[in-house]
Design a protein around this ligand. Structure first.
Ligand SMILES: NC(=O)c1ccc[n+]([C@@H]2O[C@H](COP(=O)([O-])OP(=O)(O)OC[C@H]3O[C@@H](n4cnc5c(N)ncnc54)[C@H](OP(=O)(O)O)[C@@H]3O)[C@@H](O)[C@H]2O)c1
Length: 305
């Protein structure tokens, strides 16, 4: 397992994260086994959100592992807030309430990282700054970040928030490459050149914001893993072939393609199966060559102009 220092923090984190969005489908014993498998593989970072299972995922997580201070100190715990039933809410009041409930469910006194889950169109940076100030000074949150934000939205918050934004969690995989497509087609008339993220990858690298890739295996917006889709036959073949070179299965290859990027992107795995998690973790630190990396990108149907 490769470890990275999350810039502007004292967190040394595995570059693979266990995502906890889907664990509500499992009995407690299986959640416990999944967490223990993750820890055995070297994962020390766990991603939550208050809306995963409407809070149930956080409750089951702490219950299954039997959360106590010894276990807690070995983990980096991250959660998110600001998505509510049918609307977004990054108001001061909601952020503070959410964190109190998250801490209660996770049975901990503090979060290592709190992310604002999705941009609230009605956001008021002054309110976010006030909420973060209270959370930091009370010791409830050590570091802050965002999810699904573009550069200008982060800049807007930075006008008021005095803490660094250390994470931006966003969808990124070999079948969802908007973060890099636009930067390879600058000044062209093709669709690939359309700036959909505000050059977010470059912005995050320039501003020391660690990118976390959510849904590393899903096509579209939760439309199932691309491994099972004949539309991606060429990609699946190329990933399988490179997997043979590096002793990886196809999930490990798909992870390796993400971790190969020099931006130190963290991969958030959503699997509920320990064996799949073990195989995916093998992609944490693989010396994929430039030629191989570009071949995978191309096999996913992308153009190299
Ligand atoms: N910030 C955001 O807006 C946001 C949005 C979505 C997710 N997230 C975070 O990202 C994490 C990962 O997201 P995700 O769960 O969508 O990621 P994912 O790892 O791409 O997808 C996991 C799902 O794919 C299935 N799967 C994987 N490989 C498979 C295969 N070979 N055959 C059949 N099924 C396969 C898994 O089934 P099994 O369980 O059976 O393996 C599971 O249902 C979440 O847990 C959450 O922490 C964040």
């Amino acid at each position: 397992m490769k470890y990275i220092r999350i810039t502007n923090t004292d967190l040394m984190s595995s570059n693979i994260i266990m995502g906890c969005m889907r664990i509500h489908s499992l009995p407690l014993a299986e959640i416990d086994a999944l967490i223990k498998t993750a820890i055995d593989q070297g994962i020390n970072f766990f991603d939550h959100a208050d809306i995963y299972g409407n809070g149930i995922c956080e409750t089951l997580f702490s219950k299954a592992i039997g959360m106590n201070s010894t276990i807690r100190e070995k983990m980096i715990l991250q959660s998110k807030c600001s998505i509510r039933e049918g609307f977004y809410d990054a108001s001061k009041e909601h952020i503070l309430e959410s964190v109190n409930s998250i801490l209660e469910r996770l049975k901990t006194d503090y979060l290592d990282v709190l992310l604002l889950h999705r941009p609230d169109a009605l956001i008021e940076p002054e309110e976010v700054a006030e909420a973060f100030e209270i959370l930091y000074t009370s010791g409830k949150v050590k570091y802050f970040g965002v999810s699904n934000y573009n550069p200008l939205q982060i800049e807007l918050l930075k006008k008021q928030v005095r803490y660094p934004f250390v994470i931006n969690q966003i969808q990124y995989s070999v079948v969802h490459t908007l973060l890099i497509d636009e930067s390879m087609a600058v000044n062209m008339l093709t669709d690939q050149a359309i700036d959909r993220t505000g050059y977010l990858m470059d912005y995050c690298r320039l501003n020391d914001i660690t990118i976390q890739a959510w849904s590393p295996f899903q096509k579209g917006f939760f439309e199932g893993p691309f491994f099972l889709d004949s539309k991606y036959a060429e990609l699946n073949k190329v990933l399988t072939d490179y997997g043979k070179v590096y002793d990886l299965d196809i999930t490990g290859s798909a992870v390796a393609w993400i971790t190969r990027h020099p931006a130190n992107i963290q991969v958030i795995l959503g699997t509920t199966q320990p064996q799949r998690l073990v195989k995916a973790c093998k992609g944490s630190n693989v010396p994929m060559s430039r030629q191989e990396w570009y071949a995978v990108y191309k096999a996913a149907g992308n153009m190299i102009p």
